[in-house]
Design a protein around this ligand. Structure first.
Ligand SMILES: [Zn+2]
Length: 329
């Protein structure tokens, strides 16, 4: 049933969050007002303002009732208030959501679900606002209880290697939930920078600073009790952490490669004995590896890249919802 599928995204989240959209509570049969805006029953509906007016079966074999308004005489379907209203194949939504977060490309999803690739992109556009709503609800519910976060960036590209993108990411390491992310354009490095200048006439603008500000503003809005923030020793991180989390303790960790160079044999042994000694940002790095495996566009040496940074942001948001589904402390 199409209408049940839409519930999947809005179902109760286990643990601390009890997030329910209006749609879950409201049965679609309970039509509260007339959909016709010029009708008197649109604003002030009376009980039983509509009556049955036939039914039809959709292409997917779902029987749908139609009703008629007593005021204006307009007819409407029972699922008019559903968020899947107007979709010809609402039953694909659930599988599509899972496939998007399981390392499948858009074309492969389209082929598997036997729909057009355009449909997949349209459904992603349809899904995005619900995911955003749900992520905000997630942060509102648990944001104040989080004290320890990790922050780092990962790199990918849009359409070509000459146009790299940076994804600043904040996670809660204890539960491995994504709290926030952003997508920023950065300039190509090394010999690719030279090639970029030959191919493109316009310089590539580095958006890292703006994206850090956007991300940290978003996080500080919901997580007000952060006490420890772990990053590596990039100077830009120190500035942004000082600006947005002046009271939190900033733990800047040497990157693994640098640390291995510096560490003497004696300390190395000691470090190895502690669980997280070798790679203190292990959880975030592990998380990034998981992202690369689960989102097709983030894979290394791949051809299935996103054409626009906004599309990548959509995929990341959907993945955020997917991975934050349950909150187990
Ligand atoms: Zn009416």
């Amino acid at each position: 049933m199409g209408f049940q599928d839409s519930r999947y995204l809005h179902q109760e989240v286990k643990g601390l969050i009890k997030f329910q959209m209006e749609m879950t509570e409201e049965n679609s049969m309970k039509i509260k007002h007339c959909p016709n805006k010029s009708c008197e029953y649109h604003k002030n509906p009376i009980p039983k303002f509509y009556y049955k007016h036939g039914s039809y079966t959709t292409k997917r074999g779902i029987r749908t009732e139609r009703f008629k308004c007593r005021g204006c005489g307009k007819t409407f379907a029972e699922n008019i208030n559903d968020n899947t209203y107007g979709q010809q194949k609402p039953d694909i939504n659930r599988m599509l959501f899972h496939m998007l977060c399981s390392g499948m490309t858009l074309r492969r999803i389209a082929r598997t679900l036997e729909v057009c690739p355009k449909t997949v992109q349209r459904r992603i556009d349809w899904l995005t606002p619900y995911c955003m709503e749900r992520h905000v609800a997630f942060l509102e519910a648990v944001g104040d209880q989080l004290h320890w976060v990790q922050f780092d960036e990962m790199e990918t590209c849009e359409s070509t290697k000459l146009k790299p993108l940076s994804i600043p990411l904040i996670i809660h390491p204890k539960t491995q939930k994504i709290l926030g992310f952003d997508v920023a354009a950065i300039g190509a490095k090394g010999h690719l920078a030279k090639t970029y200048n030959e191919v493109y006439q316009y310089p590539r603008i580095n958006e890292t600073r703006e994206s850090f500000n956007r991300l940290f503003e978003f996080i500080t809005r919901y997580c007000k009790n952060i006490k420890i923030i772990m990053t590596d020793q990039k100077p830009a991180y120190i500035k942004v952490v000082e600006k947005y989390f002046p009271e939190a303790e900033h733990v800047a960790i040497l990157s693994r490669k640098k640390a291995e160079k510096k560490i003497t044999e004696a300390t190395a042994k000691e470090e190895r004995e502690t669980k997280e000694g070798k790679d203190k940002m292990f959880i975030l790095n592990h998380f990034c590896a998981r992202l690369r495996a689960d989102i097709a566009a983030l894979r290394r040496r791949t051809w299935s890249v996103c054409k626009k940074p906004s599309n990548l942001a959509q995929r990341l948001l959907i993945y955020t919802c997917y991975t934050n589904k349950t909150l187990d402390y």
